[in-house]
Ligand binder design. Structure first.
Ligand SMILES: Nc1ncnc2c1ncn2[C@@H]1O[C@H](COP(=O)(O)OP(=O)(O)O)[C@@H](O)[C@H]1O
Ligand SMILES: CCCC(=O)OP(=O)(O)O
Length: 358
């Protein structure tokens, strides 16, 4: 049996595409391409960014002298599919159909499977997705919304939350299923997951729904304001969706989705930037504190992760509000590329069978 596998991992996020090539667990090359709001503005639908992002990946591979013919598999971040259990899934037609239709909504992660299968098929090698954003482990009590027929749903940074949770539990010398963690992933979107018993039993729906505002999303809004906005006659459905996802949060107030730019504005004495950034930290801290009630206050650790966790100011603003609940660990960036690769390797090595998306 073959014992060395070369895997291309593709991770489209709302503000970036991360690409990595691994020989087994050994990283050969990794690159992050960040996109400004202006660069993505011309694309009406996320699926329209497919060619733009795929060509960027192939160019990056060529510039780094990696011959795609040497790949054994391609793995992509999984998108807005039907709610499913975690794990590694083979990309199939049913999945591509649902991703292209974007029936459960638009998000860059929809492109992960689509780009992965396109590159893999041209090389006749397998393609996978791992722990997509729709992994659903919500407790029954967390699903009840207040409006029958509209259960709360699980859409979050499942891949990174799971990877970070496992590594933090290991640090504590506990199996993941015995750790009680509150993990705040702070990227283009912000999701705060409550991990207990090896599951994410509650999490804010991080796309159109709930929780803090983020670099480019509004998070939860007053239902009354949303009703007024939707019936004002000023906006189409897709315009309202764009206000909430893509043009909300930091972008709406400050014109940028880049935490570093906001940092510079604050350093330059911009009072509005300071207020808005502090408000984002305040909302994140409140959501973390809400998670502590889910765990009856028994919290082993609070973890801050994602791109924004690189920012010491944001980390400080959140920590000073939540450190009374538990110790705060900071894991900047994300472990998504290795998590994707490991998911593919488990299947390539025959340790697991790829799950089928139906
Ligand atoms: N060093 C940093 N300081 C402040 N913000 C940062 C830093 N690095 C990245 N970010 C911000 O993190 C956010 C992106 O996080 P990331 O997890 O990469 O997002 P996504 O995967 O959702 O595209 C952006 O707002 C980006 O500007
Ligand atoms: C859709 C939930 C995951 C998410 O928000 O990812 P990004 O931060 O990469 O947009």
């Amino acid at each position: 049996m073959k014992d060395n596998f070369r895997v291309l991992a593709i991770n489209p996020g709302s503000t970036s595409t991360k690409v990595a090539v691994y020989d087994n667990e050994q990283l050969l090359f990794e690159k992050v391409v960040r996109y400004s709001n202006e660069e993505l503005a011309p694309f009406d639908a996320v699926v329209d960014q497919y060619e733009f992002r795929k060509n960027g990946i192939l160019k990056m591979m060529a510039e780094n002298n990696i011959d795609i013919a040497t790949l054994d598999a391609v793995v992509g971040r999984g998108g807005l599919l039907k709610p499913i259990e975690g794990g590694t899934y083979a990309v199939n037609e049913a999945m591509i159909h649902d991703l292209r239709q974007a029936r459960r909504g638009e998000h860059a992660s929809n492109l992960g499977g689509i780009i992965a299968v396109e590159i893999a098929d041209s090389l006749t090698i397998p393609s996978f997705i791992v722990d997509p954003v729709v992994v659903d482990e919500l407790a029954d009590i967390a699903k009840v919304s207040g409006l029958p027929g509209y259960d709360r749903v699980s859409i979050f940074h499942a891949l990174n939350q799971k990877a970070v949770a496992r590594s933090i539990a290991k640090e504590f010398g506990k199996p993941y299923r015995e750790a009680n963690l509150i993990i705040a992933h702070m990227g283009g979107g912000v999701t705060i997951g409550v991990h207990t018993g090896g599951k994410v039993v509650d999490v804010n729906e991080g796309l159109y729904g709930e929780g803090p505002f983020s670099p480019e999303r509004t998070g939860g809004l007053s239902t009354g304001h949303m009703i007024d906005l939707c019936f004002s006659g000023k906006y189409s459905k897709s315009e309202v969706q764009k206000l909430v996802v893509g043009k909300g949060g930091l972008v709406a107030y400050l014109g940028t989705n880049d935490g570093r730019e906001v940092g510079k504005m604050i350093e330059a004495g911009d009072a509005k930037a300071k207020l808005v950034y502090e408000a984002m930290a305040y909302q994140i801290a409140k959501e973390i504190a809400a998670g502590s009630a889910v765990l009856h206050g028994k919290v082993d650790a609070i973890v801050l992760t994602g791109g924004l966790a690189y920012d010491p100011l944001l980390v400080k603003l959140i920590t000073e509000r939540v450190s009374f609940l538990a110790g705060v660990k900071v894991v900047p960036g994300e472990n998504e590329m290795i998590a994707l690769t490991e998911g593919a390797l488990r299947v390539l090595r025959g340790e697991e069978k790829a799950k089928e998306y139906k």
